[in-house]
Design a protein around this ligand. Sequence first.
Ligand code: 5GP
Ligand code: ZN
Length: 105
Amino acid sequence: MSKCIFCKIINKDIPAKIIYEDNDFLAFYDINPKAPIHFLIIPKLHIESLQHLQSEHTNLIGRLIIKANEIATNLGLEGYKTHINTGVKGGQEVFHLHIHILGSK
Ligand code: 5GP
Ligand code: ZN
């Protein structure tokens, strides 16, 4: 079994409040929200961080960003902040690439 906590969420080994799921992406509410609406969107492919992106991920990451906006819009957010922490010195705690989306209505 993967040790990665977000892979465990993908595999439903641990619960999360899932907002959206398809073959490539999963979005769920952050367990420790920093805004009235705070969710994370991740690729199901285990990529550790932005520092681990390869050119073969271009299409996946483009679609990830488009999906993030689609979900935020569907949640009723007229605007929102996006946040990506990269590396230990960048404040990253979970080493499975994720975008934070923070907003309020
Ligand atoms: P990072 O600092 O890596 O960008 O942020 C990781 C985020 O994942 C944090 O905001 C933290 O609250 C969230 N998080 C960590 N573990 C879990 C979990 O088990 N479930 C959910 N839903 N969020 C988590
Ligand atoms: Zn993972």
